[in-house]
Design a protein around this ligand. Structure first.
Ligand code: ADP
Length: 350
């Protein structure tokens, strides 16, 4: 027979004590009613006392553990209350579950800490290059370069370029931290996504012309016009700028960028496609990470901060939507994201 409860154990102890006392009394030839009443008395008292001692003992043993779990000094009576309807086995299961949760939390905190260190390291590294460049140009100018007609203007222009780079990095870092702290504060409004895309494509034309790239906004003609979405116009503008600029930055000379819209019931799919460098299979899952670049030299040379796609992903996910990329090295890339149509059908087609 296995005794699992404190009550069972105390009854057994009481029974054994009563049995021993009864045996002694039988041996001493006492009257049967004396033997019976003393045995019942002994059974009751010993059972109650042993039950009380067991509770106290368990509470005493659990006190340090409970104090750790609740992060405060726990009173024995609180533990006794807690134990009233529980088996010690249940308490043990609860504590194991608590320890498992704690292990998971510690692992998550370690991961966050690792990410924070990596992020800080990356930020410092990104800022270091332009700052050292500026320092170098200014030192050279102060050491006599200022009087040298051949280099003074050139070095000032280079220093200005490094300052522009610093400003770009800081603006992008600022955008990311604002998006992270204000994730739910998208200013949702209804606007025509095709018109906004055309506007941004027009603004990017000068940049595209440098590489003889043509930008085409397609698929809008057969859709109801204006083609409305419910989103944050400012942030979606930033998404389109980043994707279009990337299609030019990593596009080939004389190439093309095509932007398409697809009607998907309650959503609209927007695709930005280029026929440029493309992205290798192993890089595809990582391009949305902060500061991840497939070709660091090219990205920096073209003014990239390595934060553009991380910002894009934050914005799209901040709308509760998704962004994905299909790409093949040497063939080109297509970035696709969805946006919601306005809920009210009347405003949708106004
Ligand atoms: P960057 O400022 O370096 O452009 P992004 O976050 O915008 O940073 O992009 C991350 C990396 O993804 C880029 O450095 C580039 O290697 C790759 N990438 C982004 N867009 C494209 C594209 N359209 N074609 C090929 N590679 C791309």
């Amino acid at each position: 027979m296995v005794i699992k409860t404190k009550e069972g154990a105390s009854l057994l102890i009481g029974f054994i004590a009563a049995l021993c006392v009864a045996a002694v009394m039988i041996f001493a030839h006492l009257a049967w009613w004396i033997i019976l009443s003393v045995s019942v008395g002994i059974f009751t008292v010993v059972s109650l006392v042993s039950l009380w001692i067991m509770y106290k003992y368990v509470a005493y043993k659990l006190k340090p553990i409970y104090s750790i779990v609740f992060s405060r000094d726990v009173h024995t009576t609180e533990i006794l209350d807690e134990l009233k309807d529980k088996h010690v086995e249940d308490v043990s299961k609860e504590l194991t579950a608590w320890a498992d949760d704690n292990d998971k939390e510690i692992a998550r905190l370690k991961e966050t800490e690792k990410f924070r260190k990596q992020y800080l390291g990356n930020v410092a590294h990104e800022l270091k290059t332009p700052i050292f460049n500026i320092q170098g140009y200014i030192s050279t100018l102060l050491d006599g370069g200022l009087e040298d007609e051949l280099i003074n203007r050139k070095y000032l222009e280079r220093a200005e370029k490094s300052i522009d780079r610093l400003i770009n990095i800081i603006n992008d870092l600022d955008t990311i931290s604002r998006l992270e702290s204000d994730m739910n504060r998208m200013n949702i409004q209804t606007f025509d996504i095709v018109a906004l895309t055309k506007e941004i494509a027009d603004q990017s034309e000068m940049e595209a012309a440098k590489k003889e790239i043509t930008i085409t906004v397609k698929g809008a003609d057969d859709l109801p016009s204006p083609f409305r979405v419910a989103a944050d116009k400012h942030y979606i503008g930033q998404v389109l700028v980043n994707l279009i600029i990337n299609s030019i930055r990593y596009g080939k000379k004389g190439g093309s960028t095509v932007i398409r819209f697809r009607d998907m019931m309650d959503k609209i799919l927007i695709e930005v496609e280029d026929n440029g460098l493309g992205i290798g299979k192993e890089d595809i899952p990582r391009v949305f990470e902060r500061f991840y670049r497939t070709d660091k030299g090219r990205s920096r040379e073209q003014g990239g901060t390595g934060l553009g796609l991380a910002i894009v992903k934050h914005i799209i996910e901040g709308h509760g939507e998704r962004i994905s990329v299909r790409s093949e090295l040497g063939t080109g890339s297509t970035f696709a994201f969805t946006l919601k149509k306005p809920q009210n059908r009347d405003t949708a087609n106004k």
